[in-house]
Ligand binder design. Sequence first.
Ligand code: SAM
Length: 277
Amino acid sequence: MTAVHEPDSELPELGRTAQEFGDQPLEVRESTHYKHEYVQTFVDKWDELIDWRGRYESEGKFFVEQLRNRGVESVLDVATGTGFHSVRLLEEGFETVVSADGSAEMLAKAFANGMKFGGHILRVVQADWRWLNRDVHGEYDAIICLGNSFTHLFSEKDRRKALAEFYAMLKHDGVLILDQRNYDSILDNGFSSKHQYYYCGDDVVAEPEHVDEGLARFRYQFPDGSEYHLNMFPLRKDYTRRLMHEVGFQHIDTYGDFQSTYRDDEPDFFVHIAEKA
Ligand code: SAM
């Protein structure tokens, strides 16, 4: 019998308002720390940050078409956040959409957003990717992990574990769609302000405060003067692709800002589409 690792059981679930990075924020490089980062007040501002309308326009039908072209009916959204993609897929008529996330704050907001935008009752499940199969049941045609979420894992062991859990929850011909910032460009060329467009509201400034090969610490400043941080691992594109191959995905296409051809330093975001068969 394997002991179940419950890393966060000491944390209060809802209502925290202050982020906790301690005295040495650049030393915070830990996969479970996302729970301290998505505090209630930040979650409340997250929709302002990601600007649903702008995002809807910038990504168009990209994900919907990728899923439809593969005959996908059931989708597990493993990084639901405030629910943007879960709601979008329900609106588009996907038969089964299950909305998972490790953050109770995010899921509460997602549930409210489902009701607000179209009266959808989201099927939410709190689950950490590293123990996904313990908390989420069933097999899915597709898993989506979007909005630069995978970047929250700080050790290769955790990344492999999460990808293996995703792989196991897909049907034999299932597909994983996972996106990430273009960290290669940030690490190699520095950050350009053009890189803000993908999912920020106009009034929110999102910039890296510190970047090294093991940490990208971003600062998010809101018009009311409040600011929050996220500590993330700067995934290099080919490294992510390699890990996906190594856990068993057979075929991986990587798009740059939703285009199949691009110069590596140009896109803000990469989207990996990894097929199991
Ligand atoms: N997909 C949403 C979007 O695009 O707006 C949310 C993106 S947000 C950057 C990252 C999400 O991943 C957060 O909701 C966070 O709680 C979740 N997350 C991070 N690490 C996780 C983990 N190990 N297990 C489950 N969820 C995790």
